[in-house]
Design a protein around this ligand. Structure first.
Ligand code: UD1
Length: 388
């Protein structure tokens, strides 16, 4: 066994930017620290998400260390946000001389940091590579395609990802199927999940509403395609309001959605005690809410996987998914923005006819360990190569 890392081998810069990155990075940092010798790492936050609700609460829940570096880029158009991350990330690479940059997921920060590193000859490792919705109108799809094209080492969550990457001409030697780090986080934290009644109370809702025998449903939506046009948002809120007649619905409202409901004058559609509006929830709150739900309605990528791991039926309000395994093996059903389909499937689920599904291959809570193990040999081999 290796006693210590060669002195000249720089740290791995681990990049997070937005909420869905945090639950993916936490287990990786833990696995790096537990590996012997510990894999040296620096946690860098781009500052894409910065609110207490969107950021600090999740850091606390996931017991993520305080970032070593925060680029504090904040919000902006895609061009501005991406450009700011790039501009501020470059000097960090010059100063820290990392052995590689590790990015997760598909947010703007993922692509921005990948571009900067690769152009400076620093290898990039992408965790959660190869997912494709084949919908180029989604900003995340652009981020995924471009990141995977130029990153050096690609870790995948499901086997279909390797086929997507092969179709794009990416050499199979760069691709490794390791499982899902987000499910590492879920399994690790499940016992610490907060009680739904407490989360509702803390968010200003009335917990008494969910105490009846009927249970409750959970809703999240924030995709521009669902919430940025008044007519689409109106019809989605309309069908959700109908469903709330059968089962109380708890919303965890993304700032974009909250802002648009106000801007489009749609507050009357959610003005019923059976639709409980909460601010964005912490990780442990969300875990408790999902685990206890009879139905989840969402347009999130992460929730599709988390509900599959929890065995809770999920209706995904999108036309496509980059996570097909959640539909094939898990509890996910795609319903698009079709109100009739949403209504129909919700009725089925509430009648006890929802999918129960099974846990996909390698979603076993040990993915980050496999990544640490594999990366350690990869780093050493690269180091030996550059000195040889
Ligand atoms: C980003 C990711 C998306 C992910 C989502 C999860 C991209 C392209 N999108 O979308 O994949 O599913 O995060 O939340 O990277 N805002 C705040 N506080 C914050 C952050 C944002 O109020 O801490 C508001 C701002 O008004 C901002 C808007 O939310 O303009 C959108 O934020 P942004 O980071 O651009 O994208 P998200 O929609 O959050």
């Amino acid at each position: 066994m290796l006693e210590s890392w060669p002195n000249e081998l720089g740290p791995v810069i681990c990049v997070v930017g937005a909420r869905p990155n945090f639950m993916k990075m936490a287990p990786i940092l833990r696995a790096f620290a537990a590996y012997r010798p510990a894999i040296p790492s620096i946690l860098l936050h781009t500052g894409q998400h910065y609110d207490r609700d969107m950021n600090d609460k999740l850091f606390e829940d996931l017991r993520l260390p305080h970032p070593d570096i925060n680029l504090e880029v904040g919000s902006g158009s895609h061009a501005v946000q991406t450009a700011e991350v790039m501009r501020r990330f470059e000097p960090v690479l010059d100063e820290k001389k990392p052995s590689c940059v590790l990015v997760v997921g598909d947010v703007n920060s993922t692509l921005a940091c990948t571009l900067v590193a690769v152009k400076k000859g620093i290898p990039v490792v992408h965790v959660e590579a190869g997912l494709r919705s084949y919908d180029r109108a989604m900003p995340e799809e652009i981020n995924r395609v471009l990141t995977d094209q130029i990153a050096d080492l690609l870790y995948t969550t499901e086997r279909s990802a390797a086929d997507n990457l092969a179709r794009e001409g990416i050499a199979t030697e760069r691709v490794r199927f390791v499982g899902n780090v987000m499910i590492d986080s879920l399994l690790h934290n499940r016992e610490f999940a907060r009680s739904p009644a407490e989360s509702i109370g803390n968010g200003g809702g009335n917990p008494a509403l969910i105490c009846g025998a009927a249970g409750y449903g959970v809703v999240t939506m924030h995709r521009p395609s669902n919430v940025d046009q008044a007519n689409v948002l109106t019809s989605l809120l309309g069908v959700l309001r109908e469903i709330s007649d059968s089962i109380p619905l708890i919303f965890a409202l993304h700032p974009r959605t909250k802002g648009n409901i106000e801007r489009f004058g749609l507050s009357h559609l959610i003005d019923t005690p059976r639709m409980i509006m909460l601010p964005p929830q912490g990780y442990l709150e969300m875990l408790g809410l999902m685990a206890g739900a009879r139905i989840v309605l969402t347009d999130s990528g992460g929730l599709q996987e988390e509900t599959t791991a929890l065995g809770v039926p999920c209706l995904t309000m999108r036309e496509n998914t980059e996570r097909p395994i959640t539909v094939e093996q898990g509890t996910n059903t795609m319903v698009g923005r079709d109100v009739a389909a949403i209504r129909h499937h919700a009725v089925e689920i509430l009648a006890g006819k929802g999918k129960s599904g099974r846990l996909p291959e390698l979603w076993d809570g040990r993915t980050a360990e496999r990544i640490a193990e594999d990366m350690a040999s990869w780093l050493l081999a690269r180091h030996a190569g550059s000195n040889g």
